[in-house]
Design a binder for this molecule. Structure first.
Ligand code: ADP
Length: 477
């Protein structure tokens, strides 16, 4: 087997705040089938340290950004892990990125620079007798690796692929931290990782990694436009030839409507009904003929759920029902709790609840994802697999994975969902109304559901594409 080291700040099922964790957790087994042995380097957060079994120390440093650190090799939940045990950086309660004040930990630059630095060192050293050909880096937290490799004089020894899961997070640090982060002066230029006078970790990766990828073909194109590039579109345009979009897959054993323990299992959409009834009851929603739409999401500006609030009068007026599970921005949480009070057809749970998310996707007739931007999105893929028709904004991975129910697609029998654009309250209201219309046409609706359930949403297509990229940049003897 050829060797690839994946470097990430989160990895399901050990530690997760978003889709990045799902991808990092799913890649190892998907790539094994392609002949690549993937190990994953992860920070030693408390949850990770607790889960790790039978570890061996493969690397240590008396002073890594202000404290002792070591890398432990071990296995857990089928994952082959390398864990950076550095208590001064990672042994903290609560969120992995935010302090108790809800703001980024002030030393986040040091924490993830340490992760990147160690990734570069153990790759070059071949710690534990294991030397990867390729480093697969995820987001800004791992994006300084190519700079450290250069600083170690090891360019060419290990190839690097940086995957952008979300361009919104740059990993900025003040210029004064150059030395503390062990970064070379030569890189602190406009052509390097300098960004308006600051250090920009993501830019470092975008400039110096051998290859770049992102998590859908449409997002790859969008990233090169000012509207979506969040200030880095120019950097990406300069590297257009090295940027590819590879869709995320989902874990088809975890998300399988036939075997899902949280629901009454089903193989055809007809058998969903029991789950829909149970879900309406769980959310205290009245019975009705309208669709039961669900939302499972972080509550942030990106996800466009403020727009959905504006669509409620029209949607509920048509008999539509809605169950939302999410957490995040306090203002959005409050607004949604108020909506649940104002509209009997709306039920809301604030929090993070994996089991409930399965019951919602199992029981919902439709899943709504009105994102302003969406690199790939996973919940529409769960929706497709469960015959829970996605209603989505036409952007990023949502554009690539859903076939809009326009007249042509409906008559050809290929429609799998509803798309709207531009991402405004007005267009979303139109989409929710269309949902009610299509739902009322039982034959048309069940045809869409069946088509959705047949779509391939696993890693079958994408794992070989990653393998081909590794192959292209790896050191073929
Ligand atoms: P993002 O990474 O931007 O949050 P994705 O759609 O790529 O969006 O991934 C989100 C993942 O997190 C999905 O697996 C989704 O089911 C899960 N998720 C989001 N919010 C919640 C929640 N409140 N409870 C349970 N799971 C959630």
């Amino acid at each position: 087997m050829r060797k690839v080291l994946s470097v990430a700040s989160e990895c399901a099922p050990l530690v997760k705040t978003g889709g990045l964790a799902d991808v990092a957790g799913a890649l190892p087994s998907a790539l094994a089938a392609e002949g690549w042995h993937m190990r994953t380097l992860l920070p030693g957060y408390p949850a990770v340290m607790k889960a790790l079994k039978r570890v061996t120390e493969v690397w240590h440093d008396a002073d890594l950004m202000g404290g002792p650190a070591r890398v432990l090799a071990g296995k857990t939940r089928g994952l082959d892990m390398l864990v950076l045990d550095a208590p001064h950086l990672f042994d903290r309660p609560g969120s992995i990125y935010l302090g108790p004040d809800g703001l980024d930990w002030p030393d986040n630059p040091e924490r993830f620079a340490a992760l990147s630095r160690v990734a570069a060192e153990i790759a070059v050293d071949g710690a534990a007798g294991w030397k990867p050909e390729v480093l697969h880096l995820h987001d800004w937290q791992a994006a300084l690796v190519p700079v450290y490799l250069r600083a170690l004089g090891a360019t060419g020894e290990v190839a690097t692929l940086l995957t952008v899961h979300n361009i919104a997070f740059h990993g900025l640090a003040p210029a004064e931290k150059l030395e503390a982060l062990n970064l070379p002066e030569w890189g602190f230029t406009h052509e390097g990782f300098e960004y308006y006078g600051k250090i920009n970790a993501l830019k470092a990766g975008l400039v110096y990694a051998d290859m770049l990828s992102t998590v859908s073909p449409t997002y790859a194109r969008e990233l090169m436009r000012p509207q979506f590039g969040m200030g880095l579109d120019g950097v990406l345009r300069a590297r257009a030839a090295d940027l590819v979009g590879i869709l995320n897959g989902i874990d088809e054993t975890v998300w399988n409507p036939e075997t899902d323990k949280e629901i009454a299992g089903y193989r055809t959409p007809k058998r969903k009904a029991a789950n829909t009834l149970a879900l309406a009851e769980e959310f205290d929603l009245p019975p009705g003929d309208g669709p039961l739409a669900v939302v499972v999401s972080r509550l942030t500006e990106q996800k466009g759920l403020d727009l959905l609030l504006e669509a409620l009068p029209a949607y509920c007026g048509r008999g539509g029902r809605l169950a939302l599970l999410g957490s995040g921005d306090k203002a959005l949480e409050t607004a949604w709790l108020e909506a649940a009070r104002d509209y009997p057809n709306v039920g809301v749970r604030i929090g993070y609840d994996e089991a409930l998310s399965h019951r919602m996707i199992g029981g919902g007739d439709a899943i709504v994802i009105p994102s302003r931007f969406e690199p790939c999105g996973l919940t529409q893929l769960y929706g497709l697999r469960y015959g829970t028709v996605p209603v989505v904004a036409l952007t990023g991975g949502l554009a690539d994975t859903v076939i809009n129910a326009n007249d042509a697609a409906l008559s050809a029998g290929v429609a799998t969902g509803i798309q709207f654009y531009p991402v405004t309250a007005q267009e979303l209201t139109g989409a929710m109304t269309r949902l009610c219309d299509l739902f009322a046409q039982r034959k048309v609706w069940s045809r869409m559901q069946r088509k959705a359930m047949k779509q391939h949403v696993g890693w079958g297509a994408s794992a070989p594409r990653y393998a081909a990229l590794y192959e292209k940049i790896g050191s073929v003897e």
